[in-house]
Structures are given as C-alpha cells and as structure tokens.
Design a protein around this ligand. Structure first.
Ligand code: ADP
Ligand code: G6P
Length: 452
C-alpha cells in the first residue's frame, strides 16, 4: 500500500536540523496503520525549498515530495488553507477564491501523483488522503493501472449549497471520482458528496454507490479512531501519574481542572470557549481560585492571515479574563502556545476533570477520544460540540452547541459538579465506544473496502 498525504508523519525542523512528529489528526491516525502494514508514505517534509531523498523512519518508508516557497504560498497557504479549509468547515470564515491559486493546486497534485506512480505496481493500492490532494485519484487512474485507488477525507464534506460556490467544483468532484472507494468521517459528509456529485458532475446512483463514466464508485462512512491502548498504557504509568499530580499541584490544587487542547485554528471554537469561561466566572465569582482552566494551543498555519487574527483574538480574551479575575499567582486561565510531547499531553489529560472540546465544525476531533482513552478510572467529564464528527458516536458526552455561550457556561458548571464521581456512567459508556471503534477498526474497514 502506498499512502499519499500532504504531510509525511514527520516534519523537518530547520532550527534544530531534526525530524519531529507532524501535527494533526491525520498523522496520529495513519502512523500506527502504516507501521503495521509496512507500506510507504508519500508526503511533504513540511519545509519549502528543500529536497530530501526517500528514507526509512519509525518503520515506515518515507517518500518526500518537494514544495517550493511559491507552492507553499499558493498551494498550501492559499488554495488548501485559504480556500478549501474554510469552505469545507461550513464557511465559518469566508473562503478566498483566487484564480492564481488553482493552477498551483493542480500542479502540486500532479507532482504528488508522479512520485506516487513511480512507487506503485499493478497489484498495489493507492490510498490518497484529505483535501489537499483531491485531484490525485483521477490523476493516478490516468497515469497507471493499479489494483485499487482509495480516498479518505479527514475533514467534513460541506453541504452542496456551500460547495457549489467553488469555481473549480467540477474539477474537484471529477478528481475525487477517479477513486474506486471514497470514504468519509460521517454520514452527512457522504450524503453531501453524493448530492454534489449527482447535481454538479453528472454522477448517478445512491449515497452508497455512485456510477460515473461507466464505473462504480463505493462511498463509505468510516469514522476515524485512535490507538486506545497506547493512551491507556501511558495513562496508567507511574510517571504519568506523578506528572499529572505535579500539574495539579502547580495549578494550586484546585477543585477542578478544565482542559482545552487544539491546534490553534478558528474552527476549534477556542474564542467562544473563552467567552463561556468568562461568563461562568462572572456568574460564579466564588469559583475564582477554585477552578483552573488550561488551554494548550498548538501553533498551526501561522502564515494564513485568519490564523494570525484568531490567535490575536484568543490571546486578547485570555489577557482580559485573567486581568479581570486573577488573584496574584492564580490566573484563572493558563494558556500555552506550543506543541507538547506525547507523555506530557497524556499527563494533562489525566490532570483534567473536564475536557472542553467545542469546535464550530470538525471532521472528527481525536482529542475528545484521546481524553476518554486515558480515563481508566471512569472519572472525568467530556464536553463535546455537536458539530464535531466525534459527537455522532459519543452521545454520552455533554453535547453542546458551541455557538451558545450561555449554554456552554451552564454545561461547564454542571460538568464540574460531576467530574470526580468515579461511578460516572457517562464515562464508562464513552470508553466502550472509543475502544470498540479504535484506529484499527477504522483501518480494517477502509482497507477491506480497498481489498488490502
Ligand atoms: P486536527 O486534526 O484538526 O488537528 P484532532 O483533534 O483530530 O484535530 O487531532 C489533533 C491531534 O494532534 C491529536 O492526535 C492530538 O493528540 C495532537 N495534538 C493536539 N494538541 C497537541 C499538543 N499540544 N501537542 C502535541 N500533540 C497535540
Ligand atoms: C487536519 C487535517 C490534516 C492536516 C492537519 C494539520 O488534521 O485534516 O490534513 O495535516 O490538520 O494541519 P497542517 O496544515 O499543519 O498539515
């Protein structure tokens, strides 16, 4: 199997001259699968204007694709993250349509295709990932006969009313329809795609099976999961227990710790989450000093203007709330703008009584699942946005509308009250659902459809 994704699972860090894990859910999900199947991974190194030879790392054969600085600006910052990302996330920010970003999108998709094709034999399966590479399925089909071409969309596919605005909507649909199997995080994404393909690209058939240019295309719903054992094991280790206790001690041993962990992205609803905290503290002055909020924000796409804007907004809010409610040495919000190593992330999950996950729209949200996987004692509460793919199965979470700031504050207050209860039936049910639909379940489902 050859996986083709925009990013390799590791990114080259120019400052330290070393490879570091890449951010985001796609990499978290696919790494354990490729380690098991011994496939190769075609992707970008994460730095522009650098060429790397193929190499092996973490048991995976890594095949780097180069992007120039111009590709980075027009393909990655531009079409991928200025046009497609907001459009596919319900247009929570206005997507930018620029004609001069389309050609680079096509060219970079062709480059990924050429590298993939050089690695693919006639019995191999090509598994293309995510919105950055939607033209690749058709390009591979035109270049070479392979056993199967699969495509997995990690983000939502938008309703046709929004998608139809894209000036290159037909080309994108035709690119995707080059696959044998198209898989989505949720039923609604699959339906949205089928509607768009019928209405705008002349496909026929149902939401499960389309026909296009005389070929059948299977449409699959396969919600992505996590490697629960890895999180469970790390959570129960003595080092993590000690680290979690230390985190709570550093926070002043509050009655409740509330945690947010996200890439700093406007789709994650971090700003409205901060407003909910502000509302709660205004209502319940007595909680000041007794409740600690921790927000870990992972730097992401800092060259995209909207990301710089949302960062400034969030940091302004944190400053204002801390200014209003802090006592000396006791700010209500502890804000970390950095990536944290896996061990530390798990220690934060273990230290948290309430996990606050409020995306305005999210393909899945793995952070919600990771938190649950670390709650081996059934303690803790998960607040989860109804607009995250994860909410489809995690019905036992405190499911919220992330736009409703007062409602968020109400739920927060309720969750704080129940989180330390070890008999919490919600957490037990959540743990069962996350464990039974883990990343291996997901991969088996996708790979069976691809006949791997
Ligand atoms: P997205 O794919 O939009 O980034 P997800 O919640 O699906 O959102 O996936 C995020 C992934 O990134 C998770 O696997 C999570 O463990 C990882 N991650 C999130 N925050 C951090 C952090 N501060 N440091 C390291 N890894 C992080
Ligand atoms: C999400 C997307 C991935 C992307 C990741 C990190 O998980 O679905 O395709 O790789 O975010 O974003 P970045 O732009 O840094 O690759």
């Amino acid at each position: 199997m050859v996986v083709i994704a925009n990013r390799l699972p590791i990114a080259f860090d120019d400052d330290s001259d070393t490879w570091m894990p890449s951010p985001g859910g796609l990499v978290s999900a696919l790494t354990p699968i490729l380690q098991r199947t011994q496939g190769s991974w075609v992707g970008w190194s994460g730095v522009a204007d650098r060429d790397f030879e193929p190499f092996a790392y973490a048991g995976i054969s890594q095949v780097p694709v180069s992007l120039s600085q111009e590709d980075y600006e027009e393909f990655y910052v531009g079409f991928c993250n200025g046009t497609l990302w907001p459009l596919y996330h319900d247009s929570v920010r206005a997507p930018q349509f620029h004609r001069h970003w389309w050609r680079p999108y096509r060219e970079v998709n062709q480059r990924f295709t050429d590298v993939a094709v050089s690695r693919l034999g006639p019995d191999d399966v090509a598994w293309v990932q995510d919105y950055q590479l939607q033209l690749v399925p058709r390009m591979i089909r035109e270049a070479k006969t392979v056993h199967r071409i699969g495509f997995y969309l990690h983000i939502p596919f938008p309703p046709v009313e929004l998608f139809a605005k894209l000036p290159w909507r037909v080309q994108i649909l035709e690119g995707l329809l080059g696959a044998d199997v198209l898989a989505f995080q949720s039923r609604s994404s699959r339906t949205n795609f089928a509607v768009a393909a019928r209405r705008l690209a002349g496909a026929h058939g149902s939401s499960r099976r389309l026909e296009w240019q005389g070929r059948p295309i299977e449409l699959q719903v396969a919600p992505i999961g996590i490697d629960t054992n890895v999180f469970g094991k790390m959570a129960t280790s003595e080092r993590t227990r000690v680290a979690a206790r230390q985190i709570r001690a550093h926070l002043g041993d509050p009655d409740a710790v509330i945690l947010g962990v996200d890439r700093l992205d406007y789709t994650k609803g971090i700003d409205l989450r901060m407003r909910a905290i502000q509302t709660l503290l205004e209502r319940r002055r007595d909680l000041t000093g007794r409740v600690a909020f921790v927000q870990i924000a992972v730097p992401s796409r800092e060259d995209v203007a909207e990301y710089r804007r949302i960062r400034a907004d969030i940091e302004g809010l944190v400053g204002r709330i801390n200014g209003d409610f802090a006592e000396v040495g006791r700010p209500p919000i502890h804000y970390l703008y950095r990536s944290v190593p896996f061990e530390e992330l798990v220690a934060y999950y273990r230290a948290a009584d309430v996990m606050f996950v409020t995306p305005l729209r999210d393909g899945m949200n793995l952070v919600a699942k990771e938190y649950v996987a670390t709650r081996y004692d059934n303690t803790g509460a998960l607040i989860l946005s109804e607009f995250a793919g994860a909410a489809e199965a995690m019905t036992q979470a405190y499911v919220v509308n992330p736009f409703d700031v007062d409602g968020l504050a109400d739920t927060l207050e309720e969750a704080i009250g129940t989180a330390s209860d070890p008999g919490n039936p919600r957490m037990k049910a959540l743990r069962r659902s996350v464990a039974s639909h883990d990343v291996f379940w997901w991969a088996d489902r996708c790979l069976a459809a691809l006949d791997v």
